[in-house]
Ligand binder design. Structure first.
Ligand SMILES: C[S@@+](CC[C@H](N)C(=O)[O-])C[C@H]1O[C@@H](n2cnc3c(N)ncnc32)[C@H](O)[C@@H]1O
Length: 437
């Protein structure tokens, strides 16, 4: 039997008989937007974080889901109570990014139902948690060497599920959703186990050791993760247009991450005065040096000045410090790596952009941050905006359409042979960053 959304979202389908009474009480009060009872029951963060062991329903899910989609029958007093309930739960440590058995966070439910105000409360909570996590992570690093435990603590303290950094072409894209590796929901006594997806934890070291395959419009690593894919060509085109708005030749360009050379081919066509490319992966470097590559020795030799067109081999973390020390300055800088987490992108724009970018220059990056889920994309748009401002940069987001016709289904169309559908959204926010003031 296929359940309609309204049946699937019914209280009977969401709060199961297996739910321990103390969790059930909070879930029921949250579902009813009974603010007084919710306040009485919330005396520890655990109370706000309880989950039905079978459905994964949290009090935040319940408070949002019970609103249903907007309708003529909406009762303003109930909606105000729903907002207050959600705020109270968040205040008491309710987790903005816990997923239920359908892989939905409370914010995903709000988005699906069209409850914008409640969705925005979830986004704001995510931004606060991520900003706090950024601070706690730095603080914990100073305190101890036990990184894994510290990171878990920092996430808990920040009021979110532990982060799993997932390899995808979002490169530094954070995976804000906790996806454990121990299978589907089992016994009620074990608590709720969120549904498994095929996310893998890719880190930079592992990635840089992996064997890469260039084939048929994509570059994949030996786990089948999409490092770069041809469907991103339009994003690269529009990024070049944003970084070089005057289209004049003679610009100084720095690109971090060669991949399939899509953006570098476009940059090269503008006849720059300087074109530096930083690439760390031995497989990509081998591809670049192959006889039919456009970026081999004859490209380097065609530069207006010796050294002006150059592939800099190595990790940007080391190469860019050298470029900085040598006094290189660029009119346009693009950043698009793979297998690195958001802290690296943040470090790039905080520590390197101020020295490498001309005062009238433009900086851009591939914005795949959290792009496998609308709420994570929205959270990371705000988080990166705040961190960019911290680094003295203003960001304008140019919204562009993404043709989803061949991107809509996992394993199908463009995703055939790719382990994970890292992009799920029909709009891309293209960042155009310039110095403030
Ligand atoms: C997504 S691809 C870049 C795609 C490129 N924008 C294009 O248009 O084809 C990411 C590239 O960054 C490289 N990379 C990853 N980590 C790096 C690092 N720390 N330093 C330099 N390059 C890195 C990868 O090897 C890969 O070639």
């Amino acid at each position: 039997m296929i359940l309609l959304d309204s049946e699937r979202d019914a209280i009977s389908a969401r709060i199961s008989e297996a739910c321990p009474p103390e969790i059930q009480k909070v879930l029921t009060a949250a579902w009813a937007h009974d603010v007084a009872t919710v306040k009485k029951l919330l005396d520890t963060p655990e109370a706000a974080r309880g989950q039905d062991p079978l459905t994964g329903e949290t009090p935040l899910h319940a408070a949002i889901r019970s609103c249903g989609p907007p309708s003529e029958d909406d009762d303003e007093a109930d909606l105000a109570a729903a907002r207050e309930t959600v705020q109270e739960l968040l205040l008491w440590g309710g987790i903005w990014n816990d997923v239920d058995d359908r892989n939905e966070t409370p914010g995903c439910v709000a988005h699906r139902l069209g409850r914008t105000e409640l969705y925005n409360l979830c986004v704001d909570a995510g931004v606060r948690a991520e900003m706090l996590f950024g601070v706690l992570e730095g603080y914990e690093e100073l305190e101890s060497d036990d990184e894994e435990e510290d990171e878990e603590d920092a996430h808990q303290e920040a009021g979110e599920s532990e982060m799993v950094v997932v390899g995808e072409d979002g490169e530094e894209a954070p995976e804000l959703i906790n996806v454990p590796t121990n299978g589907a929901a089992e016994e009620a006594s074990q608590g709720f186990v969120p549904p498994q997806d095929n996310a893998v934890d890719v880190n930079s070291e592992q990635y840089l050791r992996s064997k890469l395959t260039y084939s048929d419009g994509k570059l994949v690593d030996d786990e089948g993760n999409g490092v770069m894919m041809a469907w991103e060509t339009d994003i690269m085109r529009q990024s070049v247009d944003a970084l070089l708005p005057s289209k004049e030749p003679g610009k100084r360009i720095l690109n971090i991450g060669f991949g399939m050379g899509i953006i570098d081919t476009m940059f090269a066509e503008t006849k720059p005065a300087k074109h530096h490319i930083v690439e760390a992966h031995p497989g990509v470097l081998e591809h670049i040096s192959s006889p039919d590559s456009k970026f081999g020795p004859s490209w380097e030799a065609s530069a207006p000045e010796p050294g002006a067109y150059k592939i800099h081999q190595g990790k940007w973390q080391e190469v860019c410090v050298k470029l900085l020390q040598e006094g290189n300055v660029y009119d346009a800088i693009y950043f698009d790596t793979f297998g690195e987490d958001y802290s690296q992108l943040r470090m790039f724009f905080t520590e390197l952009i101020p020295g490498l970018l001309d005062s009238n220059g433009i900086f851009g990056f591939f914005n795949g941050l959290g792009a496998d889920r609308m709420i994570c994309y929205d959270v990371y748009t705000k988080v990166s905006e705040l961190h960019l401002a911290d680094a003295g940069l203003d960001v304008e987001w140019k919204v562009i359409d993404v043709d989803m016709s061949r991107l809509a289904e996992e394993g199908q169309g463009e995703w055939e042979g790719v382990r994970r559908r890292y992009w799920t959204l029909d709009k891309y926010r293209l960042p155009i960053c310039t110095f403030l003031g």
